[in-house]
Design a protein around this ligand. Structure first.
Ligand SMILES: NC(=O)c1ccc[n+]([C@@H]2O[C@H](COP(=O)([O-])OP(=O)(O)OC[C@H]3O[C@@H](n4cnc5c(N)ncnc54)[C@H](O)[C@@H]3O)[C@@H](O)[C@H]2O)c1
Ligand SMILES: [Fe+2]
Length: 406
């Protein structure tokens, strides 16, 4: 049951793709769908993750586009972080071939490059001119996004994250980055290795939970959060333990997508903590999110938050309406997935706590976090995260230290 608290609130926008193709084999239908949106036959620029291109994961998509009358031109992204330079190369590639549409296929890295390149492609400006919140922009090329990881929800959001020359994350946030078409094809994620499945799945979980806690929550983002949490909570351990389990692959892909929709409300303290961890240890984004998320929930547990019981019940699968218990449950989930759960696990000492708290406040402030950022309280929180201590006591019936194969 959903409490009426979740239906109240001030007016807020909620963005989503114009069409979502969903189901096994959906990628092969993208060409037909694009034509149905009156995108004329001609060249299409496909920005693809290099592993996805190499393993032939993009083949059904490419064949479907060709069958619908499009000539596909593939740009395989360099391995590693999506950089401003790589996005500029992708943009130059698009301009050299004059495409009718742009398709991004891969994880968040490839989709983020495709997004900003498609936006810039109808202008003569460089990618760097599109950084920031709501940069001046006009509609870009029609955009199709096809995730091959179950995590970022980038196929939904108004965000593109890139790395600058110093390796710092820079953002472009604009409503025009939301695509015309998103394609959720579980067959594309079936080969995702367990470690990537675990990390990207916990990134999605962090999006859903933090968006729910955000003061920018809306009735629609709240429902998307709860749906995402239920799907990921139940199915992520199975997707990690047995990648060929199609039910688990479907549930986690659709859960990550719902979490992307929830991101209309944005993220809060958990992602601030995750970035401060990433600044000290180069780890996948989802791993840092998994460590930080229980502490984000614990920090906000005492604040006045309508619907907190709905959130706790979703996370604990109906066993508790307490956010402290939910925080413990999230840490146990990360443990089951084989992810680190404390700063000690990844070699960050407790004496970094004050500096990390300051970094959260100054570099990654979150006005929408329910409990304001306070230096002493955040220092204590990071110190607790260093040794893996949470305030909650845990719930009867939860199986601590249960391995995913157990
Ligand atoms: N735009 C947004 O709203 C948004 C939200 C969150 C994160 N992000 C960004 O997304 C990026 C992370 O994206 P990600 O977590 O999806 O990882 P990723 O795109 O970097 O991919 C992770 C790894 O998985 C491989 N891979 C991808 N699909 C595969 C498949 N089907 N089979 C085998 N290997 C596969 C890739 O080659 C890569 O090595 C970061 O740059 C982050 O900042 C963006
Ligand atoms: Fe994230």
């Amino acid at each position: 049951m959903t409490s009426s608290d979740l239906l109240a609130g001030i007016p807020r926008p909620f963005l989503a793709p114009r069409q979502v193709l969903v189901g096994d084999g959906a990628a092969a239908e993208a060409g037909t769908a694009l034509a149905a949106w009156s995108v004329p036959a001609g060249a299409v620029g496909v920005i693809a993750d290099s592993a996805v291109a190499e393993f032939g994961i993009a083949e059904p998509l490419l064949q479907g586009l060709e069958a619908a009358g499009y000539r596909t031109h593939l740009f395989a992204l360099p391995v590693g972080e999506p950089t401003l330079a790589a996005a500029q190369d992708a943009l130059d590639f698009l301009r050299s071939m004059g495409p009718k549409a742009v398709v991004g296929i891969g994880g968040g890295s490839a989709m983020d490059v495709a997004k900003i390149a498609a936006l810039a492609a109808t202008t003569d400006k460089p990618v760097a001119d599109f950084l920031g919140i709501d940069p001046e922009a006009e509609p870009g090329l029609p955009l199709v996004l096809v995730p091959t990881t179950s995590g970022t929800g980038a196929e939904v959001t108004r965000i593109s994250m890139l790395a600058d020359e110093q390796g710092r994350k820079v953002i472009c946030s604009h409503p025009l980055l939301v695509p015309l078409l998103a394609v959720l094809d579980p067959e594309l994620v079936v080969g995702l290795p367990p470690a990537v499945t675990a990390a990207t799945g916990m990134d999605a979980m962090a999006h859903a939970v933090e968006a729910f806690l955000s003061r920018n929550r809306s009735p629609l983002s709240a429902q998307a959060s709860l749906q995402a949490i239920r799907l990921l909570r139940e199915w992520l351990p199975r997707a990690v333990a047995r990648g060929s389990d199609m039910d688990a692959r479907r549930a986690t892909l659709y859960g990550a997508h719902q979490a992307g929709l929830a991101l209309n409300a944005g993220v809060i303290l958990g992602h601030s903590l995750a970035y401060t961890i990433a600044n000290r240890k180069h780890l996948p984004h989802g791993v840092t999110c998994a460590i930080a998320l229980p502490y984000c929930v614990a920090y906000n547990a005492g604040s006045e938050l309508p619907g907190a019981d709905d959130l706790a019940l979703a996370i604990t699968e109906g066993r508790s309406d307490s956010l402290d218990d939910a925080a413990v449950e999230l840490r146990q989930l990360a443990e089951r997935l084989g992810l680190p759960t404390s700063l000690a696990d990844i070699g960050i000492p407790a004496d970094e706590a004050r500096e990390m708290a300051q970094e959260c406040i100054h570099r990654y402030p979150r006005p929408a976090n329910p409990r304001p950022f306070a230096l002493d309280a955040l220092t204590d929180l990071v110190a607790a995260m260093a040794c893996g201590e949470l305030p909650g006591s845990g719930l009867p019936g939860l199986q601590k230290n249960e391995g995913v194969n157990a």
